[in-house]
Design a protein around this ligand. Structure first.
Ligand code: FES
Length: 160
C-alpha cells in the first residue's frame, strides 16, 4: 500500500510505500537535505516539522528523542526524517527555514555578502547567521570551528 506525503511550503506531494523512511519521500522531491550523519539519527540536518498527520509516522525511538533534545528549534511536531517511517496517510511536512553550514560550498567566498537564508548549526539547528545579515570574517572562523566540532562529534558518536 502506498501513502502520500505533502511538503510545505512548496505544496508538492510524493507517494511512498508503507513503512518507507520519511526521508526517502522527501528526497523523491529533490529536496536538498544535508544528512550530515548519513541517516544515523545523530544530527539535525534532516529535522522537519510535521504540520499534520503526525500519527501516520512510526513512534519516536529513544535515539531520535535524544537527538531531537539537542535541537534548539525542536517542538512537539519535530521528527528526524531519517528515523520516522511512513505508516499512515495525510502527513504534511514543513521544512525548517535556513541552510545548514556544510551546504555552503566555499565559506570564505561569503565574506562581505549577506546571508540569503538563515545559516543553521547541523547538530543543534541553532541560527548561526541570520538571513540578510552581513557575513564577516570573524563569523566565518566561527562557522569553520562549528564544522570541525560537528565532524568530531559525528566521528566520536557510537550508534546506540
Ligand atoms: S541524517 Fe542525521 S539525523 Fe537524520
Amino acid at each position: 500500500m502506498s501513502k502520500t506525503i505533502r511538503l510545505e511550503p512548496i505544496g508538492t506531494e510524493s507517494t511512498v510505500d508503507t513503512n518507507t523512511q520519511l526521508l526517502s519521500g522527501l528526497l523523491q522531491q529533490e529536496i536538498k537535505l544535508l544528512q550530515a550523519c548519513a541517516g544515523r539519527g545523530l544530527c539535525a540536518t534532516c529535522h522537519v516539522f510535521i504540520k499534520d498527520g503526525i500519527e501516520g509516522l512510526s513512534p519516536i525511538t529513544k535515539k531520535e528523542q535524544r537527538t531531537l533534545g539537542l535541537i534548539t528549534t525542536c517542538n512537539e511536531t519535530s521528527r528526524l526524517a531519517c528515523q520516522a517511517r511512513v505508516v499512515g496517510d495525510g502527513i504534511v511536512v514543513q521544512l525548517p527555514s535556513g541552510t545548514y553550514i556544510n551546504e555552503v560550498d566555499n565559506i570564505d567566498d561569503l565574506v562581505g555578502r549577506r546571508a540569503q537564508a538563515d545559516i543553521l548549526h547541523p547538530i543543534t539547528g541553532q541560527v548561526l547567521v541570520e538571513e540578510t545579515k552581513l557575513i564577516t570574517r570573524s563569523m566565518i572562523s566561527q562557522l569553520n570551528d562549528t564544522k570541525i566540532k560537528v565532524d568530531q562529534y559525528l566521528a566520536g558518536t557510537e550508534d546506540a
